[in-house]
Write a protein that binds this ligand. Sequence first.
Ligand code: ZN
Length: 291
Amino acid sequence: MYKVSILGHIGYDYEKRGRIDVSEHPFTTNFGNKDVRITTKYDTSDFRPAIFSMIHEGGHGIYEQNIPDELEGTSLGSGALMGMHESQSRFYENILGKSMEFWSYFYPKFQQTYKELEGVDIISFYKAINYVEPSLIRIDADELTYSLHIIIRYEIEKLLINSDINLDDVPGLWNEKYKEYLGVEPKNYADGVLQDVHWAGGDFGYFPTYALGNLYGAQIFNKLKKDIPDWNKKIYSGNFVPITKWLKENVHKYGATLKPAELIKKVTGEELSAKYFIDYLNDKFGKLYGV
Ligand SMILES: [Zn+2]
């Protein structure tokens, strides 16, 4: 059976400087740039959480493995805050990982591993992995509705921090906002307010980094496409080296020596703008859904 080594292809070194384990909520942890570990999770009835959370964490891992040795052991030897970190993970997970170019290369190999996909053509597969549907679980959400999950969490944590609500109000408010913004309502806490590890671990104010990451990622991608005009041909043929090299040279090599606002300007020549992410969504989902 062909082994689908997606992470190795996109540039995550899991043989010498990394490893992959299993956890309920996938994450990346590292001890310098030579020991960068990631986790993924498995759902035996659905390959998507495993594949896309692995590519997501792989994006974080590539960033940390590409931090230059000169910065090792200093407080600058890491990514430029989490918003920029999430831009890299979400770039690999979504912009690359859910693109037709990406799967044109991997899908035939993937079908050899997952026999259930034998009769499924690539167009149907591409539509399925980009299917837009309001849902309960943030990490499984499609690109279009994803940011609504973040807005809900951000609004609730702002109310909490300002003491405008009590802790006991959170589960009810969560359900109300899911109904209002996404039209769905969790039946239990596991599919609702307890689905993430962030608040329980003290990470208040973290969620917006994912939405910021979407914006940084799309703006960086726009510049990457100008510098590597045949980026899609390279991915079609499974050659991710120029892309990961470009990210290393333009983003990763700075570690935390620049703040995200400085870094985005250095990379793209502009301040952060939502325009590129909105254009990206309009283009991709406009084509997918014919709107
Ligand atoms: Zn992440």
